[in-house]
Design a protein around this ligand. Structure first.
Ligand code: AMP
Ligand code: GLY
Length: 425
């Protein structure tokens, strides 16, 4: 029977997830709420302009939706999974309670300590003076984090004390992050290589996704401010079998067990952001309760299994009966951002050249709009260009050759996505 699926979200991640779901022979239509220009151009995908949870529930009932897949963190933190389940609708994602692992960094840090999950030393403050006093006792660099959701921008790795003090003022006094900044986490700075370790969890079983690495800083050689992510590649050469097994045992399984102890079942994607030190020891920088953006884009290109089967196995608590098959090829996604990103992204610049992109390259949209058949920038991260090939070097050449075809005013992108993987060789 042909199925209708609902995907929630509007980013490049949701474009990639919907694109992958739509490839399944089992699918009639993938509805994306609200979706983006990229999803509107794909076969078997339809955008719907609904964001209200109750209206989404009505839509799911009226359109015979087999299951709903939630992309971003905000609807998860708002309890979309709890509300769909209360209406007997199938949905893939963590409950509001479990989403606290992402929506409150203070909760996540306390959870990690309680469950012996390796992470950086930290302290949490609700008072600006106490936070500053503590800071004066710490060595530099030091990491300052706003407690709540801040689209990847609520973290500062400070090399100077004055930067750290200013960021604490931004969080508390200047209210830069709204209610996300009611608390601040001051954290030891970790050194090493970052990797994104993403799994599916069905309450008891774990199905790992392919490993990947993101590039959080805006500029080449990891300089400039933190962003939502400027590019990603998969697989990550640092995640070998030994590290994989350790992360499952020391980080992922304790999340399932720890949530069970609190009387909650973790279901959905879980993303552990890792810092792996030079001796190969992993520590957890953060948890996200969802797939990564832009990690999803290269990872979905490598997924050979039917994503419908994986999500349904997850919803039916049967992840132990299924495996995910990944292409042996390497995949790299490079994010093209608008001028001014991340602080003040510019909009409405005309994008040219997408018609010159060949079929072996996939371009996922995030911040684009369409007017009179012309494509414009409409947000911080605009497009993610993804290529796949047999070696890292060939993939990198392929993706950057494709990017030469695309242009808009102030286009920003990193020129070194996946270079770290090449340098490791
Ligand atoms: P988070 O949102 O907590 O993952 O932080 C965003 C980014 O800030 C991470 O991907 C790291 O690049 C950096 N970061 C966060 N915490 C630390 C830490 N304790 N030490 C070094 N870098 C960090
Ligand atoms: N790429 C980082 C994130 O999705 O949070």
């Amino acid at each position: 029977m042909s199925k209708n699926i609902l995907v929630i979200g509007s980013g490049g991640r949701e474009h990639a997830l919907a694109w992958k779901l739509a490839q399944s022979k089992k699918v009639a239509t993938v509805f994306v709420a609200p979706g983006n220009v990229g999803t509107s151009l794909e076969a078997k995908i339809k955008n719907i302009s609904i964001t209200d949870i109750q209206e989404l529930i009505t839509f799911a009932k009226q359109n015979n939706i087999s299951f709903t897949l939630v992309g971003p963190e905000a609807p998860l933190a708002a309890g979309i999974v709890d509300e769909f389940r209360a209406n007997n609708l199938k949905i893939w994602g963590p409950t509001k309670y479990c989403s606290k692992l992402e929506s409150s960094k203070a909760y996540a840090k306390d959870f990690m300590i309680k469950n012996n999950i390796p992470t950086a030393k930290y302290a949490v403050f609700t008072n600006v003076d106490l936070a500053k006093e503590y800071l004066s006792t710490q060595t530099l660099p030091i990491v300052i984090k706003a407690d709540g959701l801040a689209a990847g921008k609520g973290v500062l790795v400070a090399n100077k004390r004055i930067e750290a003090l200013d960021f604490i003022d931004d969080i508390f006094s200047n209210n830069k992050f709204g209610s996300a900044g009611n608390k601040v986490v001051v954290e030891e700075c970790l050194f090493g290589t970052e990797a994104s370790f993403i799994v599916m969890i069905d309450g008891k079983n774990i199905l790992p996704m392919a490993s990947s690495q993101d590039h959080k800083r805006l500029l080449d050689n990891d300089r400039g401010p933190n962003t939502g992510g400027m590019g990603a590649f998969s697989p990550s050469p640092i995640v070998d079998q030994k590290l994989h097994d350790r992360v499952i045992k020391e980080i992922i399984q304790p999340v399932i067990d720890g949530m069970n102890k609190e009387g909650h079942e973790y279901t959905g994607f879980l993303y552990a952001g890792l810092m792996v030190d030079k001796d190969g020891n992993p520590k957890t920088l953060e948890f996200n309760c969802r797939f990564g953006d832009p990690e999803t884009q290269p990872i979905m290109l490598r997924l050979e299994s039917d994503l419908i089967d994986l999500i349904e196995a997850g919803i039916n608590q049967k992840l132990d009966t299924i495996s995910a098959v990944w292409s042996d090829k390497f995949a790299i996604g490079v994010v093209l951002a608008s001028s001014g990103y991340p602080d003040s992204p510019q909009k409405d610049d005309i994008i040219v050249g997408l018609e010159n992109i060949t079929d072996d390259i996939k371009v996922f949209h995030s911040g684009t709009s369409i007017k009179d058949n012309k494509l414009y920038t409409s947000g911080g991260r605009v497009l993610c260009v993804v290529a796949q090939d047999s070696t890292i070097e060939l993939t990198q050449q392929k993706v950057y050759n494709a990017i030469k075809e695309i242009n808009y005013k102030g286009m920003q992108y990193r020129h070194d996505i996946a270079s770290s993987a090449i340098n490791l060789k």
